[in-house]
Ligand binder design. Structure first.
Ligand code: SF4
Length: 331
């Protein structure tokens, strides 16, 4: 899976680096000063790299925990996000990471404890609830067997009463959660699109049935789970396909016990969109139904409203209204 591993010299000081390198026995290991010099280099081809990404082990400097962008999050409580990894092992055509980064290589930050310390500091600054979102610049769990990040993070949330954690994922790598007692302040949020959208646009993603089974197993074990329909992708026959997706999910998931269901529009900054269209000029998603307004590309307002309202109505057949959140934008 990984042929080349770049290691920042400083990253060798962290035990996680040696553990990860040892997992990829045959990989070529190349030392580097700073991952950014390679990761941000101009004239890289994201699409080509995506076929055989290298792994970069790095130390995250500066702020590790950042306020969530507007439109992201669950409720009025302040929210922060963090990314222990950049890029994703999956390959969704609508993913904004393709527009954001020049490189498809995976960056894994090995200074886990610095992330944890910063989360603790932010939680300690408030008495009221505060959310921390993982899975903004990556999938929260897809590479967990390699990074072990979530496994090390969970005990922190066991003793932070006001902190809430969302692990957003399309992965079925849930072993770290099954190994521990469920925590009431942690939500594992699984993302779904309809079958036609998934087949056309989500490559390498575990199929819907496996994701539902993983979610059901966590719910049965006592973990709080959520569903994310974000972004909602329009296609012919969307309404029926969305109805059947909900039917499949809530045949196995107890909607009444669901933590939350979030529904988000497909919307991207114009520059990201342009870069993504250059990567996949023949992709139908980028060729139809979209409009460009105020620097953002998405569905025209009326279509977006109709999609979100229709999805909300359908989800509300299974989930209490106050657990449903409709959001503009997202990935
Ligand atoms: S949309 Fe999510 S699962 Fe898909 S490639 Fe992007 S980060 Fe990964």
């Amino acid at each position: 899976m990984i042929d080349v591993i770049y290691v920042e010299r400083e990253a060798w000081d962290y035990p996680r680096t040696r553990e990860i390198v040892a997992r990829f026995d045959g990989a070529r290991v190349i030392d580097c000063e700073r991952h950014g010099e390679l990761f941000n280099r101009a004239a890289q081809n994201f699409r080509l790299q995506k076929q055989r990404p290298a792994l970069m082990l790095a130390v995250k400097h500066g702020r590790k925990v950042l306020p969530v962008p507007s439109g992201y999050g669950l409720e009025d409580a302040p929210g922060y996000y963090f990314s222990h990894m950049l890029n994703c092992v999956y390959d969704c055509r609508y993913c904004f990471l393709q527009g954001m980064y020049r490189s498809a290589n995976y960056v894994v930050f090995v200074n886990d404890q610095d992330f944890i310390d910063e989360i603790r500091r932010h939680a300690a600054m408030r008495d009221a609830p505060v959310w921390f979102f993982s899975g903004y610049d990556c999938d929260s769990l897809a590479l967990e067997p390699v990074t072990g990040f979530v496994d090390g993070l969970l005990p922190t949330f066991a003793d932070l009463e006001n902190a809430r954690l969302e692990l957003r994922t399309k992965s079925t790598q849930t072993r770290a959660l099954h190994r521990r007692d469920p925590l009431d302040n942690v939500v594992v949020a699984f993302s779904f699109t309809t079958v036609p959208a998934g087949e056309a646009l989500e490559h390498k993603v575990p199929d819907i049935a496996r994701r539902i089974d993983a979610m059901a197993a966590l719910q049965a074990r006592g973990w709080r789970v959520g569903v994310r329909f974000d972004p909602v992708i329009y296609h012919e026959g969307f309404e029926d396909a969305f109805a059947s997706l909900c039917e499949r999910i809530f045949a196995k998931i107890d909607g009444a016990a669901l933590h939350s269901a979030c529904i988000g529009a497909f919307r991207l900054p114009r520059d990201f969109f342009k870069r993504m269209r250059r990567l996949y000029p023949r992709e139908r998603l980028f060729a139809s139904h979209l409009s460009d307004a105020d620097g953002m590309v998405g569905y025209p307002r009326e279509l977006e409203r109709a999609l979100l309202d229709g999805a909300r109505r359908r989800v509300s057949e299974y989930v209490a209204e106050d657990a449903i959140h409709c959001m503009d934008g997202g990935a």
